[in-house]
Write a protein that binds this ligand. Structure first.
Ligand code: GLN
Length: 448
């Protein structure tokens, strides 16, 4: 713990943490150590973990990197936090992220952007940017992020770490600050596939507090982890190699990977995904709709920031929300309210739901024939800080490769596959069938 605390101090300029629980972590390490000596410690004994600041931890602040929750303290712990603690994990702090997890560069945070450890002029990715950099820079052993449309996988790719989004419902969402409830899923950001498997095993499983959590039994993912033996059938997106929007170095890595897979006897087939152009629009219509509804609870009355300027109920709502939310969050609330409004509902929200179904059907069809889908995690490596604000749509479009797994709920993992010429990490992504986490983790061992 002390080693990680000094790394956190040394790297304070990266802005990865919103708060460090230094004394508490040291105290807990002493307790865990005592249990270890008695031979009675849990599976995660000694694992020092950072959590994204949208995951509730009893008695600790949780801000979602928003002014509106900047002084809010949680009165209960998320189910995943309880499960991590019950296996003797040591939680070292809460990590910076995009405000309410809305973003892809960690630049919408009330607490300022997170810098990439590989190059401090580049973004960390987002929205779990702090979590990814905390692992990248050795400020913790592993971190927990949340992934609505790529927020675990894309920052993991930008930071050269492993990022894993399980099947929707595999992990309870109880105690995660909701962004888009039919998409949100927590996941580990780690240095290895082994750590991802172990953390998944601890966090996964049914929960009475989340009716969408699955009651499927949880395998011992870590113990079962082994290099894949049989020959696999892999589909890859043709566009991820042919599209001019994809980074050259990334294309080279993808091509070399495909060649190697084929040389090793796997079947690798290019496929065209007819709905590629509809992934991002369907995603943004649906998540903004859900977000506008989820964020209506921040009204200046129940909890969170209340404007000192407020005089009556309406001005409490208006001023508290106007002053408490940042620009990107407001943009999404307005967009979501618009697509849900009478007169536009059918044209946008209902239409996007139909498109989501088509995307789900088509993806399921691919998995009838193939074991995995392979594609980049993001179109390129981490980009310069300070560019997102200029045109948010450009950054929305860059979510093209991560949102398919989110719209369909299938598990997906981002794996570090080397650096580009400038030393920036590159990430490859693998998608599998619903609840095929074990197969996905095992096959990941082929790459890293
Ligand atoms: N970049 C995507 C968005 O802004 C994904 C964010 C996330 O997964 N939380 O919605």
């Amino acid at each position: 713990v002390k080693g990680y605390l000094s790394a956190i101090e040394k790297n304070a300029h990266l802005n990865a943490f919103n708060e460090v629980f230094a004394d508490e972590a040291i105290q807990r390490a002493v307790e865990v150590d005592a249990r270890l000596k008695k031979g009675a410690a849990g599976k995660l004994a000694g694992m020092v973990i950072a959590i994204k600041d949208n995951i509730c931890y009893k008695g600790h602040k949780v801000s979602a990197s928003s002014k509106i929750l900047s002084n809010f303290e949680s009165i209960y712990s998320a189910t995943i936090v309880e499960r991590l603690l019950s296996e003797d994990a040591i939680i070292i702090g809460r990590c910076n992220c995009d405000e309410f997890a809305m973003g892809a560069a960690n630049e919408t945070s009330y607490y300022g952007p997170v810098k990439n450890y590989a190059d401090n002029t580049k973004v960390s990715g987002g929205s779990s940017g702090g979590s990814a950099v905390a692992v990248q820079a050795g400020m913790c052993h592993a971190a927990i992020g949340t992934d609505t449309g790529g927020s675990v996988r894309q920052p993991a790719a930008f930071c050269g770490t492993v990022g894993f989004k399980p099947t929707y419902g595999r992990i309870s969402r109880h105690g995660l600050i909701a962004y888009a409830s039919s998409f949100d899923q927590a996941g580990p950001i780690t240095n290895s596939v082994e750590d991802a498997a172990l953390l998944l095993e601890v966090m996964a499983g049914a929960d009475d507090y989340d009716s969408t959590s699955s009651s499927q039994p949880v395998p011992t993912y870590a113990a079962n982890l082994q290099k894949p033996t049989g020959k696999k059938k892999i589909a890859y997106l043709q566009e991820s190699i042919s599209s001019p929007g994809v980074d050259k170095d990334l294309k080279n890595v993808l091509t070399a990977t495909i060649d190697k897979l084929r040389a090793d006897g796997h079947t690798v087939t290019p496929i065209a995904f007819d709905y590629l152009d509809y992934l991002v629009p369907a995603y943004y219509v649906l998540v903004t709709a859900e977000a506008s509804s989820n964020l209506s609870r921040y009204d200046g009355v129940h909890y969170g920031y209340r404007s000192p300027q407020a005089t009556d109920l309406m001005s409490t709502y208006k001023r508290s929300r106007s002053e408490g939310f940042g620009k990107e969050v407001k943009r999404r609330i307005m967009l979501g309210t618009f697509v849900l409004s009478a007169g536009y509902y059918d044209a946008y929200y209902a239409k996007a739901q139909k498109v989501r179904r088509l995307i789900q059907d088509k993806t399921a069809q691919i998995f009838e024939e193939y074991d995995f889908i392979l594609m980049p995690t993001a179109p390129g490596p981490a980009y310069d800080l300070g560019n997102v604000e200029a045109d948010p749509v450009v950054s929305y479009l860059a979510d093209i490769f991560t949102v398919q797994a989110s719209l369909t709920g299938v598990p997906a993992i981002s794996l570090p596959v080397g650096n580009n010429a400038d030393g920036l990490p590159l990430g490859l992504q693998l998608l599998a069938k619903h609840f095929n986490e074990q197969e996905l983790l095992n096959f990941s061992k082929y790459f890293v």
